[in-house]
Design a protein around this ligand. Structure first.
Ligand code: AMP
Ligand code: MG
Length: 338
């Protein structure tokens, strides 16, 4: 889904994964990123652990095969190439993602919008061709964007994009969804506790073999990869970070990141990073992106209205905005500026 080269891991798993500590760990590259599964070995044979991890990776691969825009024959790519032409039969998982995304679009006044595809394509952020498009190009592209232009026919099981040239990009929600699917598979296979980390979209369940909580670190948005501003103990939660340091370029001293405001056509600014805790990983993932687009004031106001989310935001000036358990937590300072 995202290109490996440009994808530093946002959140760091702080888990020691040697066999002696009662954990099983396996990493594979799927969805253009590193995916690590860590499992509590309790009550499982080596074969049982390998099978469970394999089943979880298979669920993630299914999501990738359906929803990648880098795969021309994926279900989503076929929906996109047929925009304005014909409805396309869609897998129930694709429809579920589109439904979830529409819910987030409506609660955010359209700040979250999976039809940003054409804007993502003109900016090319994350590739060597990243550049500031001309104002005319932005103006021409904006009318193609709008989540209300997605027509889902549940009875027929089809998805249709009304405008020719419109396209869906699930990059801000599908990795979270994949983490949810993977954890469901692990639970079905009898695993008591573990972590699925799809780059920065992490879901933990149960506890560590010694009965303590899992520990997840939050990346310092202006520090080297792996430096953390806070660590938090987690059980049965999803955590996701959206940051301007993941994929970006500089032009005339200004940073342009990969998260785009669908109303203006320009990359969002005002925040360095947004971390969201939620029960479901698709929600943590999509809301991280949403709050990043909204910018500090609107994002904080929206976060306060949603107690099911716990949010940690770092503004461009290094200010911390926090709700839920992040409030009053010790967070290392982040210097202001690009
Ligand atoms: P994330 O890293 O989870 O914040 O997702 C960022 C990715 O989501 C980008 O690389 C785009 O593919 C896509 N995207 C960018 N802006 C938006 C937006 N406003 N709404 C939904 N998806 C977006
Ligand atoms: Mg996201």
């Amino acid at each position: 889904m995202k290109k490996l080269l440009y994808l530093p891991i946002v959140l760091l798993l702080i888990a020691s994964c040697a066999r002696g500590n009662g954990l099983y760990t396996e990493t594979r590259v799927i969805m253009g990123t590193y995916i690590t599964i860590t499992l509590d070995r309790s009550g499982m044979t080596d074969d049982g652990l390998a099978k469970a991890a394999g089943d979880a990776f298979a669920r993630i691969t299914k999501v990738d095969n359906l929803m990648s825009t880098y795969k021309p024959m994926s279900n989503l790519s076929r929906i996109n190439t047929n925009s304005g032409i014909a409805p396309i039969l869609a897998d129930p998982e694709v429809i579920e993602n589109i439904d979830d995304a529409s819910y987030v679009s409506s609660l955010s006044g359209g700040a979250f919008d999976i039809t940003v595809g054409p804007l993502v394509n003109v900016w090319e952020i994350g590739s060597k061709k990243a550049h500031v498009p001309s104002p005319e190009t932005i103006k021409k592209t904006l009318p193609l964007v709008g989540w209300r232009g997605i027509v889902v026919d549940k009875k027929a099981g089809t998805v249709f994009l009304k405008k020719r040239g419109a396209s869906i990009d699930l990059g801000a929600i599908a990795k979270g969804y994949a983490s949810d699917r993977a954890v469901a598979a692990l639970l079905e296979d009898g695993i008591k506790g573990g972590i699925v980390a799809c780059a920065g979209d992490i879901k933990v369940f149960g506890k560590k073999p010694d009965g303590s909580a899992w520990s997840v670190g939050i990346q310092n948005p202006r520090g080297p990869e792996g430096s953390v501003i806070a660590k938090l103990p987690l059980t049965d939660m999803a955590i996701s970070t959206s940051g301007d340091y993941e994929r970006y370029f500089f032009n005339d001293g200004k940073r342009y990141c990969h998260i785009i405001d669908p109303h203006t056509g320009y990359p969002a600014s005002g925040l360095m990073s947004v971390t969201v805790l939620a029960k479901d990983s698709w929600l943590a993932d999509s809301m991280g992106t949403t709050l990043f687009v909204l910018g500090p004031a609107k994002a904080y106001a929206l976060a306060l209205k949603h107690p099911e989310l716990e949010v940690l935001m770092i503004t461009d000036s290094g200010k911390i905005l926090a709700t839920g358990r992040f409030k009053g937590m010790k967070i290392a300072p982040v210097p202001a500026g690009s």
